[in-house]
Design a protein around this ligand. Structure first.
Ligand code: AHR
Length: 495
């Protein structure tokens, strides 16, 4: 019937590897993203390891965060790295002009960030200040971080507790240079990108340079940057936020208690990522047919109205089953574009926008989005397998979108996994998947869903939404069959 979906997984024609860096995360000096969320300081009563929250570190380690982008965002283009090195008691207090006008005491600076990524087993993606600092400042920051020894800046780093160089595999050349990073024209941004990239030289190890790219459908920006800077960069960033209402920036829609029409518009808007990635990639192909330059989707996720009673500058929002479905849809899109999308960072890691974790004093909860990242762990560095889906449509008001989204991979140990997202909030959908080139005889799985569209975890009830075993799938005669519940993310593991 028309309410049934079908698909074919082509393990017989494997696609590109999906870099684990697509599961990267963004941590900005914004609200309680870092202070309170990651860093509480050594004197805190909250259990900590040299100032880092133990609960947060353990939760993030469990989902194998590959990369952390820091210190911004908009914060990056007003950040002066010297404010965040040396003895903490001597660091200056600045105003965080982008995010709530609060004091920034710089307790979390470069050594603290590097200690954080080291504890996570992640790699550092440092965003340099292009908007309001000279190129020499970026060059000196890179020297402080990466020069082996001998120079005065290397000695300063040693005095800060790190005789050996830090690893900086990724350097961002400014952030949103078309907006908060300096309101530049694309041509000017391209010139600055070339200039800053020229003088930022790693003293040890490879350092890929990622230019500040477009947001949404700003294809002219991509064309100009690729044309004028394509030879000098290793990556181009893309930012796209999913808002239920995307007409005015100050009216985005609530994170909880929303009508089905806003579930539907959220789905339609988030699926635009497919079009943006496809079209930006096509422009990149024109200048870089060998696909050397990565498309780095280093800000993505939902952006709702601030949680009632919160500081609006802190971008606090709850995270529900809707966010889980959004995460699954975007990860599937990135899997389909694994040839060009080699890195991404969800915005943001803790307490900000579509966060993995929320904290309140000593309490911490894992969000539905966290659990989707947990389900997709086998996708890291796995070989993508083409999957074609014929799906029934979900209709609501003016929205009409395919209900089922899928991606499939063969993991590094050879096992095949299929992710299935049903974005229809009302109907479960029976599905059959032909498995070309997979000899599987059994299937297990896990599901993230909830009773309502906005089911979510709270500090009082932290386990309302979390993965449970999915037993409604069978495999026989080269066909996988399952009924995918409404508003759910399912990952199936074949054996
Ligand atoms: O993630 C919040 C903000 O969104 C970032 O600072 C900025 O880059 C973007 O506009």
């Amino acid at each position: 019937s028309d309410a049934t979906a079908s698909a074919t997984v082509h393990a017989d024609r494997p696609g590109p590897v999906m870099s684990r860096h697509v599961f990267g995360q963004f941590a900005e000096h914004l609200g309680h993203g870092i202070y309170g969320g990651i860093w509480v300081g050594e004197g805190s009563k909250i259990p900590n390891d040299h100032g880092y929250r133990r609960d947060v570190i353990a939760a993030l380690r469990a989902i194998k965060v590959p990369t952390v982008r820091w210190p911004g965002g908009c914060f990056a283009d007003e950040y002066h790295w010297r404010d965040g090195v040396g003895p903490r008691s001597k660091r200056p207090v600045k105003i965080n002009t982008n995010w709530g006008g609060v004091n920034e005491d710089n307790a979390f600076g470069t050594p603290e960030f590097m200690g954080f990524v080291e504890r996570l087993g992640a790699e550092a993606y440092v965003s340099a200040n292009v908007g309001s600092a000279p190129p020499s400042e970026t060059a000196q920051w890179v020297e402080y971080m990466t020069s082996p020894n001998g120079s005065t800046l290397a000695k300063e780093r040693a005095a800060d507790g790190h005789p050996g160089p830090f690893k900086v595999p990724y350097l961002g050349i400014g952030n949103e240079l078309w907006g908060c990073g300096g309101n530049m024209r694309a041509e000017y941004a391209a010139d600055l990108t070339n200039r800053y990239a020229t003088f930022a030289k790693s003293g040890s190890g490879k350092m890929l340079k990622i230019a500040s790219g477009p947001s949404d459908s700003n294809y002219e920006w991509t064309d100009t940057l690729m044309r004028l800077s394509g030879k000098n960069i290793d990556g181009l960033s893309l930012h796209y936020y999913t808002r239920p209402r995307d007409v005015q920036w100050n009216d985005k829609g609530a994170a909880l208690g929303f009508p089905e029409s806003e579930w539907a518009s959220t789905m339609a808007h988030t699926l635009q990522m497919e079009e943006f990635v496809t079209k930006h990639s096509a422009i990149m192909d024109k200048y870089d047919p060998a696909k050397k330059v990565w498309l780095v989707v280093d800000e993505w996720g939902t952006w709702y109205d601030p949680a009632p009673g919160s500081n609006p500058g802190f971008l606090v929002q709850q995270n529900s089953v809707r966010d889980a479905v959004v995460a699954g849809l975007n990860l599937n899109i990135f899997a389909h574009h694994a040839d060009r999308v080699k890195m991404a960072a969800i915005a943001q890691m803790v307490n900000v926008l579509q966060a993995m974790l929320l904290t309140d004093g000593a309490k911490m909860i894992k969000t539905p989005t966290y659990w989707v990242f947990d389900l997709y762990l086998p996708w890291m560095d796995a070989t993508t397998l083409p999957i074609e889906v014929k799906s029934p449509w979900y209709h609501k008001d003016a929205v009409a979108v395919p209900a089922i989204s899928a991606s499939a991979v063969r993991d590094t140990a050879g096992q095949v996994h299929v992710a299935l997202v049903n974005l229809d909030p009302n109907r479960s959908i029976p599905l059959s998947v032909a498995l070309a080139g997979v000899s599987a005889t059994s299937v297990t799985g896990r599901i993230v869903t909830g009773a309502t569209m906005d089911a979510h975890n709270t500090f009082e009830q932290p386990d309302v939404v979390k993965p449970v075993a999915f037993t409604a799938a069978q495999v026989a005669g080269g066909t996988l069959t399952a009924t995918i519940p409404a508003k759910s993310v399912v990952v199936l593991d074949l054996r």
